[in-house]
Design a protein around this ligand. Structure first.
Ligand SMILES: Nc1ncnc2c1ncn2[C@@H]1O[C@H](COP(=O)(O)OP(=O)(O)OP(=O)(O)O)[C@@H](O)[C@H]1O
Ligand SMILES: [Mg+2]
Length: 612
């Protein structure tokens, strides 16, 4: 017999057995107990009770299997132990006290032992029937193979192993999978993770899933490069806190191979390593060509836009707040302005190229544009270059332009002809792009502008004629409570809601994290095909957004250690309880050790770096 974690165990004595007596073993499975259905504890299509012999130990959150013959057919019920119970044969506490005559040192000559039983909720019935198991059916401890079936791995379009299935307190039951059809768009899309700060390990979890996705995509590219259906992933990561995510290409100095490598190897990753060839972008400083200081000495590129860049990419109207654009006079003047600045050419294949017009002395820098709008605002209607707008609207345009250009500091180049606009479009699976938003923390308008330009570029990249079918852009935004708070109607929130609700089919997938889902836009949470729960507070878990969780899952979520998660996917009847491997890349500057990793020594060669 093999225990669920792969270690050999003695003849017929299964894991979790506390007595000397062997428990009967049937095939590979260890018999744990027998279904019982007395009055008040009847079996239903949802759960059943089973008693456990004195020699066996049953734990809450173990996976069990029950074989039951019903109407001459054999059915298999896969269950999750919700709770264990121990009862004595006394009718009341008074009886217990009286047995010892109230003396703790007294050993009664005749003792009648109590009994143990457990309640299991049913995860799956095979063949699929909605019925209850029969009493006296055998209940077994689940094997790795059973655990896969319990969580429908056999029915998944594209399973991806992301952790190890917890099977009681210490045991594991093989690799736990999510279905990429639910994550990347075929059936559902997007993933959000919830958890208290630090202990919830949200950001590391998202990066772990990203790492495993990238690895799978690279594998498939190597094994079948010309397969049009292979997985293609382009990750875009927004850094929102400090410059924490500017070190994901460095080994994690807290990664201890002795303690942490085993879990990766169980996921069939022999040498986990940092991300390789990461591109980092931070906003450009005013007056020079450098990015703002990030703490990283090399490899960070600046991003910024000149007027010319904005026109070329069709971003002029993005400069203004949504509330302004909703004012029809204002949106008319910005549309006119954009048209007056833009020269648009459509090629035979339908692709449009835009450039800055120069036929009527159009301004070429923001500084010129400011000067020009000021002149227009002051001029008489007959002398204006763009007719048909009130003076008040012109003045509003001047005020808004001054505000956005001056407040942007370096992001909008006041006097430069050329900026360094972000280019996030990719042709195939590529290494992560990390874009800093943290340095813009005091300018939400500008953060929105950056996020919006990225999404806009992705939509264009996915729908243009050069669109790469099946390339999935995974956009990771941490701290959703800041960017898409519940009840907010501001432009960033609306943008993220639109991505969550509509962009899945366009190959744009959101990976989000938050401390409290109850404080994040419902639309974003509801549209996530996969939800993960790290350790969360009881107040948070009592909020309506978690109403669907059973009692058992809720208690589990309150007590999860940093390396465990509950995974919720539509077709799971109960959350999947996983142990997630420790990140091999630095999660912040304090964890950064060793040297930056480039493709040649990335991935499966981390051990070589650690050994150096
Ligand atoms: N699987 C794991 N097992 C054990 N420790 C982990 C694991 N993943 C991450 N950690 C540790 O926990 C720390 C915090 O993780 P992380 O930054 O992911 O938390 P967070 O929930 O995103 O926190 P915050 O709310 O502050 O953003 C990491 O720096 C890492 O050292
Ligand atoms: Mg975090």
């Amino acid at each position: 017999v093999e225990a669920t974690d792969g270690t050999a165990i003695g003849d017929g004595v299964g894991p979790g057995l506390n007595g000397a007596a062997a428990i009967p073993v049937s095939g590979q499975r260890v018999v744990l107990g027998k279904v019982a259905a007395p009055e008040g504890q009847e079996a239903t299509s949802d759960h059943f009770y089973f008693w456990v012999p004195a020699t066996a130990l049953v734990e809450r959150s173990q996976l069990v299997v029950c074989e039951s013959v019903i109407a001459t057919r054999q059915y298999t019920f896969y269950g999750l132990v919700e709770e264990t119970y121990r009862g004595s044969r006394k009718r009341s506490m008074a009886g217990e006290v009286d047995e010892a005559d109230g003396d703790v040192g007294y050993q009664p000559p005749f003792v009648s032992d109590g009994y143990t039983y457990a309640k299991a909720s049913i995860l799956r019935t095979e063949p699929a029937v909605l019925t209850s198991p029969r009493e006296r059916s055998d209940v077994y401890l689940a094997t790795d193979a059973d655990a896969r079936l319990a969580y429908q791995v056999d029915e998944m379009g594209q399973p991806l192993g992301i952790g190890l299935v917890k099977n009681g307190g210490e045991q594991l039951a093989g690799v736990g999978c999510i279905d990429l059809d639910y994550l990347l768009g075929a059936i559902g899309g997007h993933m959000v993770v919830n958890g208290t700060t630090g202990r919830g390990t949200k950001t590391s979890f998202l990066l772990t899933v990203l790492w495993l996705l990238l690895r799978l995509a690279r594998r498939q590219a190597k094994e079948r490069p010309s397969d049009p259906n292979r997985l293609r992933i382009a990750p875009i990561i927004f850094n929102v806190k400090g410059f924490d995510l500017f070190y994901i290409d460095r080994p994690n100095n807290r990664f201890d191979p002795g303690a942490h490598l085993g879990d990766w190897q169980r996921l069939e990753v022999d040498g986990p390593g940092p991300f390789a060839n990461v591109s980092y972008y931070a906003v450009q400083q005013p007056g020079n060509s450098l990015p703002v200081p990030t703490g990283r000495s090399e490899g960070v590129q600046p991003y910024s836009w000149s007027l010319r860049d904005l026109v070329q990419q069709g971003l002029v109207t993005y400069l203004f707040a949504e509330a302004d654009i909703q004012d029809s006079n204002f949106s008319a003047i910005t549309d006119d302005l954009e048209a007056w600045l833009t020269n648009e050419r459509t090629a035979n294949d339908g692709t449009a190229t835009r450039s800055l017009r120069a036929d009527r002395g159009q301004p070429t820098t923001f500084q010129d544009l400011l000067k020009w709008t000021r002149q227009q605002a002051k001029a008489k209607e007959a002398d204006r270059e763009l007719g048909g707008h009130h003076s008040g609207t012109w003045q509003k345009l001047v005020r808004r332009l001054i505000k956005v250009v001056y407040e942007s500091r370096g992001a909008l180049r006041r006097d430069d002809q050329e900026g360094n606009p972000l280019n996030v479009a990719r042709a195939d699976t590529s290494d992560p792009i990390v874009i800093d938003l943290a340095a813009l923390a005091d300018q939400p308008e500008l953060q929105r502008f950056v996020v919006a330009t990225v999404f806009r570029q992705l939509v264009t990249a996915r729908t243009g004629s050069a669109a790469v079918r099946d390339l999935v852009y995974v956009v990771m935004i941490d701290e959703l409570n800041r960017f898409a708070p519940r009840g907010a109607r501001d432009p960033i929130t609306q943008l993220i809601e639109t991505v969550a609700a509509e962009m899945r089919s366009q190959g744009i997938i959101l990976f989000g994290a938050q401390q409290q889902a109850s404080k994040v836009s419902e639309k974003v949470i509801e549209n996530a095909g996969v939800r993960a729960l790290g350790k969360s507070g009881s107040l948070e878990l009592a909020s309506p957004i978690w109403r669907f969780l059973g009692d058992g899952a809720r208690r589990k979520a309150e007590a999860l250690p940093p390396n465990e998660k509950l995974l919720i996917q539509d077709n799971f009847r109960e959350p999947l309880h996983l142990r997630v491997p420790f990140p091999a890349w630095a999660m912040n500057p304090r964890e950064a050790g060793g040297e930056t990793v480039s493709r040649a020594d990335g991935g499966d060669d981390l051990m070589a770096i650690i050994d150096k």
